[in-house]
Design a protein around this ligand. Structure first.
Ligand code: AMP
Length: 189
């Protein structure tokens, strides 16, 4: 695992634990020699994960659309910052550059990014692990919704194995290392 994409809030969240754990993950990635790919912003948890990774000597690659450079305040101290035209290009480049995906707590943008890579995984467009770092049990309601989706017959139970969830960053990285892709695709071939 050379590089991991981290999706997370452009906000700080209401509890200091969100920024703390974003920093912790950034520093841990640097310690493990794993590069960070993220949305290139200086704000909120996004800025926290990037700053901590850089401070610990890690590689940080940002991918930011030009329209958002001012709003999200493009980070100027990254190893590499890619400025792209659209949100679609941003997500595609982040996915291409990464070997695994982690969502920290965040808003609709974070969820959208995570669900896109997860649905690509279900469809067999890639075989990279998709995970939640479940800080403060933030993702419990979403995990319940996914269980409900399975119970109601809208998602195969096997796809639950594609979703890795951990409360500790150390254990999450370990699980990402051990991940084995499923053999079946959404349409059973
Ligand atoms: P949020 O979780 O809403 O704070 O957003 C986190 C990051 O996701 C920000 O950098 C947003 O610009 C980004 N984002 C929001 N919507 C999208 C989208 N449709 N495609 C790509 N990135 C997005």
């Amino acid at each position: 695992m050379k590089r991991v994409a981290v999706f997370c809030g452009s906000s700080e969240g209401s509890d200091p634990i969100y920024m703390e754990q974003a920093r912790k993950l950034g520093a841990l990635l640097a310690d493990k020699g794993i590069g960070l790919v993220y949305g290139g912003a200086q704000v909120g948890c996004m800025g926290a994960v990037a700053d901590a990774c850089l401070e610990a000597g890690g590689e940080v690659i940002g991918v930011i659309p030009e329209k958002l450079m001012n709003v999200e305040i493009a980070h100027s101290g990254l190893t590499e910052q890619h400025i792209v035209k659209t949100m679609h290009e941003r997500k595609a480049m982040m996915a291409d550059l990464s070997d695994a995906f982690i969502a920290l707590p965040g808003g609709a943008g974070t969820l959208e990014e995570w669900f896109e890579v997860f649905t690509w995984s279900q469809l067999g467009y890639h075989h990279k692990p998709c995970s939640f770092l479940n800080v403060n049990n933030f993702y419990d309601p979403l995990l319940q919704m996914l269980e409900h989706t399975i119970e109601q017959g809208f998602m195969r139970p096997a796809y639950q194995e594609l979703i890795i969830t951990e409360n500790s960053a150390e254990e999450l990285l370990e699980k990402l290392h051990q991940f084995q892709p499923l053999e079946l695709s959404k349409w059973g071939n």
